[in-house]
Ligand binder design. Structure first.
Ligand code: SIN
Length: 330
């Protein structure tokens, strides 16, 4: 009898220990991204990890997977809906399978500068767009900047005529496809992780990206020219699945959102700095010539690419396009 009581006591103790261990199990957020750590998104994700773990006292931990280590942008949203990853910040161009409205951000020459982008994203329209993925089971938690896009190429690009017949890698966006078709170029949708090799092996002639990505992924080492076109925007939306997000306790959700807001503000500062610093590093490298366009040359690109707006007006909404355009403030 005594043995039975002892065995029961041991069993009970083990059960109690187990339950305690479970209660101590932190919530894990796998944060997957495709860029290097020394980029606005890489730095933001690392800061987010630090802040979440501090604010939640370790009850939520963040594992950051950079450089497409866990998922490429072509797979990450599916993986999120399956619960294999909890957060990511794909470029706004990569949501086209989930919503039409975010295609707005791909319209060429829509925003004059990052201040205009900021004004629009903080406006009622910009904030409402964070909810555009809701029907697909995703929740938009905030925007992050990278910067304006430039055109890198195997040959000098001064006018749209120079791009005719060249192959450019693009993100998975119909607007970007139309943008390159508008100048007679051949766009190819390819994952970010393949871009360097495609450029190095000359399977493609060029690509468009921010200074930070052109520098951190060494595209400038295999592309002798970068045209400072500032023709488009590379920005991100931080997303989670509705299932994961609503499964957090109210307190954890508020702490994680607070950590994210602070990390995004930090990441946006990094983006500002990197836009200037990485451009300079590319110029100093002597590997790639930076082509500055005259106002007349730039006007030719605008004229060639702007008809793309009308092509997507119905899908995106004329009112939204006008609101974004007005954010240029004069
Ligand atoms: C990124 O900045 O996340 C990737 C952009 C790209 O695919 O070109």
């Amino acid at each position: 009898m005594q043995r039975i009581i002892a065995a029961a006591a041991i069993g009970l103790a083990a059960l109690t220990l187990n339950t305690a261990a479970l209660a101590d199990d932190p919530v894990v957020i796998k944060f997957s991204h495709v860029v290097a750590e020394n980029t606005p998104k890489g730095q933001m994700a690392n800061k987010f990890k630090e802040l979440v773990e501090e604010k939640t006292d370790g009850s939520v931990v963040v594992e950051v997977y950079p450089n497409s280590q866990l998922f490429g942008d072509d797979k990450v949203l599916e993986a999120m809906l399956l619960g294999d990853v909890q957060m990511a910040a794909p470029a706004l161009s990569k949501f086209s399978r989930y919503t039409d409205v975010l295609a707005l951000y791909d319209l060429p020459f829509l925003f004059d500068d990052m201040a205009a982008v900021d004004r629009f994203q903080q406006s009622e329209h910009g904030q409402a767009m964070l909810d555009s993925l809701s029907k697909k089971g995703l929740v938009g938690l905030g925007y992050l900047h990278n910067g304006m896009k430039q055109l890198s190429s195997s040959q000098p690009l001064r006018t749209p005529e120079d791009a005719k017949g060249l192959k450019f890698r693009i993100m998975s966006s119909e607007v970007l496809e139309a943008q390159f078709e508008a100048v007679g170029a051949a766009p190819l949708k390819k994952p970010f992780s393949e871009v360097f090799t495609l450029l190095q092996t000359k399977a493609i002639d060029g690509q468009e990206n921010s200074w930070s990505n052109i520098y951190s992924k060494k595209f400038f080492e295999v592309q002798p020219y970068v045209t400072e076109s500032n023709h488009g925007l590379l920005d991100y939306m931080v997303v989670s699945s509705k299932e994961f997000w609503s499964g957090l306790s109210d307190e954890q959700r508020a702490q994680v959102q607070e950590a994210l807001d602070e990390a995004l503000a930090f990441g946006n500062e990094v983006a500002m700095q990197k836009g200037t610093e990485d451009r300079q590093k590319i110029a100093d490298s002597g590997r790639s010539e930076i082509i500055e366009l005259t106002p007349e040359e730039r006007a030719q690109w605008v004229e060639a690419m702007k008809p793309v707006w009308a092509q997507f007006e119905e899908e995106i909404g004329a009112e939204l396009i006008e609101a974004a355009y007005q954010s240029n403030g004069g």
